[in-house]
Each structure stands twice: as C-alpha cells, then as structure tokens.
Design a protein. Sequence first.
Length: 152
Amino acid sequence: MTGIALALATSLGVGYAPFAPGTFGSAAGLLVWALLPPSAPLHLGVTAIVFALGVWAAAVTERHYRTTDPGVVVIDEVLGMLVTLLFNPVTWGGAILGFLLFRLFDVLKPYPANRLERLHGGLGVMADDAMAGVYANMVLRLALLIAPVGLL
C-alpha cells in the first residue's frame, strides 16, 4: 500500500520534479480540472475524493520519509487547484488566473491556512492548501464579477 500512497501523494511522480514541485503539482491540478467534464456535482465529488485520498496518502508518505509534509507530496496542490476552480465557470484565461492566485495564497498562507498546516498528519498537509484554494476561489469569483464577459 505504501507504493500506492506514494504514487497518489506525488501525483504519479510529479512531486519528484527537481525544482518547484508545488508549482508542478498545481499544474497537475489544472490538468485534472481540464480533464473533468463541466459538471459541478462531479467536480465537487472529485474534489472530495482527492481530499480524502490525499489525507491518507500524505500521512503514509510522511511516515515513509520520516518527516512532516515532505516536499514530494503535491496532491495537496492538486486539491488546492480543484478548490480554486470549484463552481467558477472560467475559460482557460480564468483557470490560469486561478493557478496564479492559488500559488500566491499557497505561498503566503494567510490565516487560518498557516494554522491549518499544524494539524496532525495528512490532514494538516491537505487542509492548508484547501484553505489557500478557498481564498483563491473567492478572489477569482470577484474577478469574474468585475471582468468583461468572456475575459475569464
């Protein structure tokens, strides 16, 4: 089961990128979003499944590497991108803006994201990125309200 957990946690090896694995993990999340048909219930279900599997896989990966939140774990970035784009009817321009917003909030970790990462095990690994995704989602939603139709 450790091999399956490592594959999930690293998003099929994306987490082993030699630099900026979080950015590559976010790009993997963008790819997952792009592959989903435009169905809000399906998007919500996939997001929930990624969260649940990510909590488990991140916890197993932490034990395997004997460290907290190892850099190879990028399923949390996949989750963050899915949360960012959840219920936001965007084109590729809006998705790229969401990507940039998520990366910003993931790096800055404004409250309570910075507190959520202190949760034990895989839950902490996943929760702070979910919160960064919520912030990015809200800013993207605001951009959709003020941007000309079709821009995002």
